[in-house]
Design a protein around this ligand. Sequence first.
Ligand SMILES: *Cc1c(COP(=O)(O)O)cnc(C)c1O
Length: 228
Amino acid sequence: MGTINVATNLQHVRDRVAAAERQANRAPGSVHLLAVSKTKPATLIREAWAAGQQAFGENYAQEAEEKVRALTDLAIQWHFIGPVQSNKTRGLANTMAWIHSVDRHKIAQRLSEQRHAELPPLNICLQVKLSDEATKFGVSPGELPALAAEVDGLANLRLRGLMAIPAASSEVTKQRAAFAQLRLLFEGLRENHPSLDTLSMGMSGDLEAAIAEGSNLVRVGTDVFGAR
Ligand SMILES: *Cc1c(COP(=O)(O)O)cnc(C)c1O
């Protein structure tokens, strides 16, 4: 693998997002880009920041907290997108701006209790397990409304949206079918929770399909920072 040029990669991903917005008749700039920096060094995050990227996503609590400490001089918006273990909630509650991967009440409750009250509320997406998914993480669609109601009642959290990681497929029709499933759940839930505004779906390999189905936040790692 050659040297990674993060600025060039970022521009390429931004161009893909803009093209997908146009293709789907979506407003320019309506899809936000989260740069997923898991396993990559803080130096590459600095390069991405210098190229104008402000939101970064991490998957592992310890690694996330180390990078937060190493990069306190930058006003990065930190997102946690990995599985949340209950013994890791305290650190995450007070370093992250967003958690995309809440899938049970106990975790949400701990995050709310541990978030310092002087901080703004922690933005929460619920991770949904779609029907064709192999992963063991995510709330089932049937249990989603109850979990959303519980999270909505917690003082230091703000329920913002849904996230999913569909089974990888190279077929665009399959990619779109999975994303359409999440979009329908999102629209249904929004009838009772009008504050929901974030549909976190799409990664390096399927961001076009996700944007076609209404994603407004794509989480891109490989195509920004190189293979892991
Ligand atoms: C790693 C990861 C990504 C980024 O995946 P790429 O295929 O590298 O773009 C996005 N979302 C989640 C939840 C991840 O764990």
